[in-house]
Design a protein. Structure first.
Length: 82
């Protein structure tokens, strides 16, 4: 199964690790460190020109998506804990 992250970016659902609301980056020190480390390693991709609403973590990349985390979760067949 494939998941559309916004713009022209699509990933395979098997690569998906987590989907977070963008607010987690501001509210959690660990999340800030995780994103900073990914940026340093050049493993971050901002999708489109719109403001990011979610952070999608895959095996190899961290994506900033303009699609809300709730909408992205609905697009997956994976059961997430709330």
């Amino acid at each position: 199964m494939y998941i559309h992250l916004g713009g022209e970016k699509v990933i395979q659902s098997s690569e998906l690790i987590a989907i977070f609301d963008i607010s987690i980056e501001k509210s959690s020190k660990i999340s800030k460190q995780f994103v900073s480390h990914a940026i340093k390693d050049k493993n971050v991709l901002r999708i489109g020109e719109e403001e990011a609403k979610s952070i999608v973590v895959t095996k190899n990349m961290v994506y900033f998506s303009p699609i809300s985390s709730a909408t992205l979760k609905k697009k997956t067949s994976i059961n997430f804990l709330s």
